[in-house]
Ligand binder design. Structure first.
Ligand SMILES: [Zn+2]
Length: 319
């Protein structure tokens, strides 16, 4: 088993600070967890960024380091959270893109051994680390730097927290790479959201029936004058994709699972991004193979009728 673990932010690009300093503590945690993993005979590579001077450079440098280590089982990023100065306990959480079970285990185990509140696993689709590491990844927010209660618990239970992390991630087995179930190439267009007058105001989606089926894909409020979910999609901020899925191969329940992502690649630039399946379409008459969210079109610098490739589900180590 091989794990790559790094501290968040950088020596010259500081993170949060309050009672605790995020960068200093994240480094201590990474170093301690690394020692403990070594004592468990895990092949572990750790990293602190001492070079970067801007946030963008820092994010890219950390992810480049992780991706340069060859095939491995897990990428871990260690952070501390912040909100507002408080005496009250805030808690620990673990952020993920696809690894909900692992994130849940990490968060609940840290909470159990330390007494920190368990805030649980949190799905995040907007974090450079989770979006760009080649292997499966989690990002830990150990506790809040500006909570007196959290800082006290953290200082008193530092070793136990580190052991909890080492224990859980060393017991984790990388899942088998999933088989590719859909791989299509062709022209694309965009769909969904309040501006999409090509769909009726009351039009629904093929396998998402209510907002709660995929809250991360929808606007908080139904756009005025509409009642359907197609117009409620968060078109400007979420990556989603519609293809002509064969439900015998990719069942509706699988397509609706937020932990199963598709990869969309621009044929012209080779740029790739992940996307959530959100609907069935476009109709064959259009001559297109996929409809994307406007957000995804922009992210991949695509124009209507540009060529894309869609692969589902996302296989890590490919993108
Ligand atoms: Zn941070």
């Amino acid at each position: 088993m091989r794990i790559v673990i790094s501290s968040g932010h950088a020596l010259k690009v500081r993170g949060a600070s309050g009672i605790l300093d995020e960068v200093n503590e994240a480094r201590k945690i990474v170093d301690r967890v690394t020692e403990q993993l070594q004592s468990l005979n895990v092949d572990v590579i750790s990293y602190h960024d001492n070079v970067s001077t801007t946030q963008e450079e820092n994010l890219e440098r950390i992810v480049d380091f992780h991706n340069a280590q060859g095939p491995h089982d897990l990428d871990v990023s260690v952070h501390l959270n912040s909100y507002t100065e408080t005496a009250s306990p805030m808690g620990t959480e673990c952020l993920y893109l696809t690894q909900v079970e692992l994130a849940d285990k990490v968060s609940s185990t840290i909470a159990a051994v330390s007494g920190l509140i368990d805030r649980g696993p949190k799905l995040r689709d907007d974090l450079y680390f989770l979006n760009n590491t080649n292997e499966i990844a989690i990002l830990l927010e150990i506790c809040f730097v500006d909570s007196v209660a959290d800082a006290n618990i953290y200082n008193a239970t530092f070793d136990r927290i580190c052991w909890a992390i080492a224990g859980i991630i060393s017991g984790h087995q990388a899942p088998e790479l999933p088989r590719v179930l859909l791989n299509v190439s062709g022209h694309c267009s965009w769909f969904g959201g309040p501006e999409d007058t090509g769909v009726a105001p009351d039009e629904g989606l093929a396998f998402l029936y209510e907002v709660d089926d995929a809250p991360h894909l929808f606007l908080n409020e139904q756009p005025p004058g509409t009642t359907g979910l197609a117009r409620r999609l968060n078109a400007d901020h979420r990556p989603y994709v519609a293809c002509r899925w064969d439900y015998a191969i990719t069942p509706k329940t699988m397509l609706a699972d937020p932990h199963q992502l598709a990869v969309v690649r621009s044929k012209r630039t080779g740029r790739e991004a992940f996307a959530w399946p959100s609907d069935w379409g476009p109709h064959e008459d259009t001559g297109r193979v996929a409809d994307l969210s406007p957000y995804l079109m922009e992210k991949l610098e695509l124009e209507t009728d540009d060529e894309v490739e869609v692969i589902y589900p996302r296989r890590f180590r490919q993108i």
